[in-house]
Design a protein around this ligand. Structure first.
Ligand SMILES: Nc1ncnc2c1ncn2[C@@H]1O[C@H](COP(=O)(O)OP(=O)(O)OP(=O)(O)O)[C@@H](O)[C@H]1O
Ligand SMILES: [Mg+2]
Length: 220
């Protein structure tokens, strides 16, 4: 489905020194994967890896393949790929505070036609249809997280990339989000979830650990 081969990335620290973040890292999201957890220490590069998978970071060497075809590693080609196939839930939600919840979710749908219907369906799917007219800044952390998830799923992506999707939530709210992910997985959406939470990682079908610039498969 999605494969990264020999991905290497070096970053420049503020003091001018360089650090290797990934060294010929490999990753494959397979057709039969439903959920993959990625764990690793803070600063190990988990968010960066999700940004690469989302096509938001094209500053790396190596190849990105989709369904066996190598994608040209340009922002334009990767944006096209992302719009079609990938939903992303970022670590900080990135919601626009001065637009309604419905508008925020509509922004996740590439085609203007039908975007309102899709956005409403996505809000219903995550049980917050009643919040459509609210401003994100008036929402609780759990509600804002659901809006971010609704925005990610509104275009019916094949894959949802979620960065610490339950990081700011209490356990009950976390359980609600995880139940929602299970439901979406049953409907065919794949999830790649970056998490520090053992509870979240345990519920994923596969676990990968980012360590020493590599992704290591953990026993299931
Ligand atoms: N574009 C960039 N330029 C320079 N440094 C960067 C860039 N992006 C990320 N970094 C650095 O790369 C490292 C990895 O960052 P990243 O956000 O991917 O870590 P993380 O594993 O997600 O951490 P956390 O668990 O705290 O969210 C950090 O040291 C960060 O400062
Ligand atoms: Mg991160």
């Amino acid at each position: 489905m999605i494969t990264l081969r020999d991905v290497s990335k070096t970053i420049t620290e503020p003091d001018g020194s360089t650090r290797t973040l990934f060294d010929r890292l490999g990753f494959a999201l397979r057709d039969d994967d439903r959920s993959v957890a990625i764990t690793g220490r803070s600063g190990s590069g988990k968010s960066t890896l999700l940004r690469i998978l989302a096509g938001l970071d094209t500053d790396f060497t190596g190849t990105y393949e989709h369904d066996g075809r190598v994608l040209e590693r340009t922002p334009r080609r990767m944006a096209e790929h992302r719009l079609r196939h990938i939903g992303i839930v970022t670590q900080d939600h990135s919601l626009l505070g001065d637009r309604s919840v419905l508008d925020n979710v509509r922004l996740g749908v590439p085609a203007r036609a039908g975007s309102t219907d899709r956005a409403r369906d996505a809000l219903e799917a995550v049980d917050i249809g009643h919040l459509a007219g609210k401003r994100p800044r008036r929402l609780s952390g759990g509600e804002a997280q659901r809006v971010a998830i609704a925005r990610a799923i509104a275009k019916h992506p094949v894959v949802v990339l979620a960065d610490e999707p339950t990081g700011a939530l209490d356990e009950t709210t976390e359980d609600g989000v995880l139940a929602l992910f299970d439901q979406l997985q049953q409907a065919g959406t794949k999830f790649v979830i970056v998490t520090h939470s053992e509870r979240v990682a345990q519920r994923c079908g596969r676990r990968l650990h980012l360590h020493h610039e590599q992704l290591i498969e953990c026993g299931t």
